[in-house]
Design a protein around this ligand. Structure first.
Ligand code: IVH
Length: 689
């Protein structure tokens, strides 16, 4: 195949697949069989691999994911992402309408657009020349996380706008969510595999959008409703015209929107949907009421937090009553015991609820005074996991026995303890209680600690049950032969695990310290200790006074550290980890600021360089006030381009007109001379590419 043929075929396939996607997801029409669709997609992926120079930025192949994002870069929102004021009663809604009429100085009925309030994760999509360039989470409203690769896997988010009447630059906002059905299927699958189930669709959506592997996100089948268009000099006079336009351009707009003239019609809308919303495929927690006329919106303006022209009406948290079948107890990594109500499954706000949190002993014995076989009311409000609010005493069976909190650990039978003033019971058998042992290992390998993502909870369980691993140091003694005895473990997964363990040896000291799971030593505390004391030895030697002298370290943390290091087993583990080559010294150089020359400037560093490694260049950028990001966008200030830079990066930078500079140009910017020696520096691998 010639280059030209490849280019033409890639263009044709991309165009056709976009069209099939649009017809299927937006118009609910299949123009092509699933099989044929997959075949064309496969052909496209194959061609793109062979001819990467012709891969389109918005290629439909991105729907299957594949991009790995280690840390999501931060993006500043062009327009702030505000929240909405809330109302909880009809009276408050009437007040809202009155307030607007007064502000506008006009008694005329106001035209509103009402829509359901979807319980998901808000997203902002930026399009340039009709192509999706950035998808960002809300973050703090001023800046959010760049989750473009993940958002591109959501089939109803157009990679390219349809039609020819969209503005050159625009932003569309909406809500990403996991449809209830998808959520239930996911949980059913997890339960089958013996994994913990997720609490609710909203949190699962939020967790999914933060996954580093976009191919995993693609599997989660998220969806999105878009409800807000932003841009300069848009030609629309009403909100309704704007949402009709985005619908035309291929965005998924919820069919729940309706124009209502006057607050009475708004009330009718709100009442109608109070029950009807339970039939929707997505969780909703209220309605959003927006002034339709954009001139009026502009007259009303914003408060510091939210638009004056819109408000949310929140439905009451839904309640249902069901039978309490039993109480189970979960033991966490630190030994704390949490009771869980096992309920007769009941439909609540669109999802089936089988379990609810009971928090602690007081909740069971004092507040609710639960009895065996009680009928309880459960409630679910917004993002909170369902909770038991009260007992239906009229249904209590005569002579039912009061339920008492357990005395012994459900996992290892050790007598539980409850310290003075604490609400929770603990199992003190730290070293022999299986969930505590496994929990500590899970904590050690997690992303914020050693980041060994080739190992999961199930593998840990198997390793523990086979007696191969009892503590985190044992992980580093594992052999390929032992790993190959695990279920579902082949050559490849075993190798990945060994590689993951090997790579973890270069993880910075602060994260190793956090990974040890010392009580009260969270991420920030671990960082402070590492920065202050520099070595593990110094922390171990430190007295209570020396420990509390560190910022943010109080008596409770200091005592916990001292306690931890008193235990010979803990010292042995540290020693063994040290012998395996893990980092127990803080090697991060103290960043001394050289200048402010690069303040507010962002850089991408790509390729290999004559004088410096990429890591060194990064440090120089930061030392002069600049910021290093990982992906190229229109907002990027400079790309420091070295040799052997990836063609797709180069292409993207050219397309977006990003200023490209050489290593020498950069040195000039910060007023430094290139070093005399011409020996090439070792390129630091994989930090930015
Ligand atoms: S309109 C200027 N419409 O609710 C404000 N928001 O509590 C534009 N939300 O941040 C927001 N469904 O993430 C709007 N139909 C809907 C919505 C909706 C959910 C979210 C949105 C917003 C939050 C405010």
């Amino acid at each position: 195949m010639t280059n030209q043929e490849a280019q033409e075929r890639i263009e044709k396939l991309s165009k056709d697949l976009h069209h099939y996607n649009y017809m299927y997801y937006q118009k609910h029409t299949s123009v092509i069989s699933d099989y044929d669709f997959d075949k064309l997609l496969e052909e496209l992926i194959e061609l793109e691999e062979k001819f990467p120079q012709f891969k389109q930025d918005n290629s439909p192949s991105q729907r299957v994911g594949g991009t790995i994002t280690k840390d999501f870069p931060t993006v500043k929102h062009r327009y702030r992402m505000l929240s909405l004021g809330n109302t909880y009663s009809k009276d408050e809604l009437l007040d809202f309408d009155k307030r607007l009429k007064k502000l506008l100085g006009d008694d005329k009925e106001i035209e509103y657009i009402c829509e359901m309030k979807f319980d998901g994760v808000s997203i902002s999509l930026t399009y340039e020349n009709g192509k999706l360039v950035t998808a960002a989470t809300r973050g703090d409203g001023v800046q959010g996380d760049d989750v473009t690769a993940n958002a591109k896997t959501i089939k109803t988010i157009p990679l390219a706008a349809q039609g020819d009447d969209f503005p050159a630059d625009f932003e569309v906002r909406g809500e990403v969510f996991m449809p209830n059905k998808v959520f239930e299927e996911l949980n059913a699958q997890r339960a089958k595999e013996g994994k913990d189930t997720y609490a609710n669709p909203r949190n699962t959506t939020s967790g999914t959008m933060k996954l580093q592997d976009s191919a995993e996100v693609a599997k989660r089948k998220l969806d999105a409703y878009l409800y807000f268009l932003l841009g300069n000099n848009l030609p629309f006079k009403t909100h309704e015209e704007a949402i009709k336009a985005i619908e035309r351009w291929g965005f998924n707009v919820s069919p729940t929107y309706k124009k209502c003239t006057g607050i009475d019609e708004v009330m009718e809308y709100v009442n109608y949907w109070e029950n009807e919303r339970k039939k929707l495929p997505v969780e909703t927690d209220g309605a959003v009421i927006k002034v339709n006329d954009i001139d009026l919106q502009e007259q009303l303006g914003f408060t510091s937090k939210s638009p004056r022209w819109a408000i949310a009406y929140k439905y009451k948290a839904e309640a249902a009553s069901t039978r309490l079948n039993s109480i189970t107890y979960q033991v966490g990594r630190t030994g704390s015991v949490t009771p869980v109500a096992e309920l007769e499954p009941v439909l609540l706000a669109g999802t089936t609820v089988k379990r609810a949190s009971l928090h602690n002993a007081d909740e069971i014995e004092t507040r609710l005074q639960l009895h065996e076989g009680d009928t309880v009311f459960v409630e679910k409000g917004g993002e909170i996991i369902p909770k038991v609010t009260s007992v239906d005493l009229s249904k209590r069976v005569a002579n039912a026995k009061a339920i008492a909190f357990i005395d012994c650990c459900p996992e290892c039978n050790t007598q539980l303890i409850r310290k003075d003033g604490e609400a929770n019971h603990y199992c003190p058998n730290e070293k022999g209680c299986p969930p505590q042992i496994k929990g500590r290992i899970e904590h050690f390998i997690q992303r914020n600690a050693m980041d060994i993502d080739s190992m999961g909870g199930e593998t840990i369980s198997q390793l523990y049950e086979k007696g191969l691993v009892k503590n985190v140091a044992d992980l580093y003694d594992l052999t390929m032969k032992q790993l190959l005895t695990l279920d579902r473990f082949g050559e490849k997964s075993a190798r990945n695990l060994v590689e993951g363990l090997k790579q973890s040896k270069s993880i910075a000291f602060a994260r190793v310290l956090y990974g040890l799971g010392i009580r009260f030593v969270g991420k920030t505390v671990a960082q402070k200790l590492a920065t202050h004391f520099k070595t593990m030895d110094a922390i171990q030697q430190a007295s209570q006074e020396e420990l509390v002298a560190v910022e943010d370290i109080g008596d409770r943390i200091a005592e916990s550290l001292i306690e931890h290091f008193k235990d010979q087993d803990n010292l042995d583990i540290i020693q063994r980890l040290q012998a395996h080559g893990l980092q127990f010294e803080d090697n991060t150089p103290v960043l001394q600021k050289d200048s402010d020359k690069l303040d507010n400037k962002t850089f991408v560093v790509s390729g290999t360089f004559k004088h410096f490694g990429r890591e060194e260049l990064k440090q120089k950028i930061e030392a002069n006030g600049g910021k290093v990001v990982s992906s190229i966008s229109k907002k990027l200030d400079y790309l420091i381009a070295g040799d052997k830079m990836g063609p797709s990066k180069l292409d993207k930078a050219k397309k977006l007109n990003v200023t490209m500079i050489s290593e020498d140009d950069f040195l000039q910017m910060i007023g430094q001379q290139p070093p005399q020696s011409s020996a090439p520096a070792n390129p630091t691998p994989t930090l930015f590419d």
